[in-house]
Design a protein. Structure first.
Length: 86
């Protein structure tokens, strides 16, 4: 492979942001507000089929991702404040 060849993104990645469709869905979900922590936890399980712990692990990884910041800056900044990383 020479320098002019570029490998296309794999999986469900979006070429414009480099985020997977799952990462974009998690960021979109994180932007929503819930009436209670229990409602949020139930929605995480229903929508993504994952535990709340796994959800927050994914969110934590996305907080350090510049592509996530470019995709959803308000959400990432809000979550960074909540996590004490602002």
């Amino acid at each position: 492979m020479n320098d002019s060849q570029v490998t296309p993104p794999q999986g469900g990645e979006n070429q414009s942001t480099g985020l997977s469709s799952a990462d974009r869905a998690i960021l979109d979900f994180a932007a929503r507000r819930f009436s209670s922590p229990g409602a949020h936890a139930a929605a995480v399980r229903d929508e993504f089929g994952m535990s709340v712990t796994r959800y927050w692990q994914r969110i934590t990884r996305l907080l350090d991702d510049e592509e996530a910041l470019a995709y959803a800056p308000q959400t990432v900044y809000r979550l960074r404040r909540i996590a004490g990383r602002a």
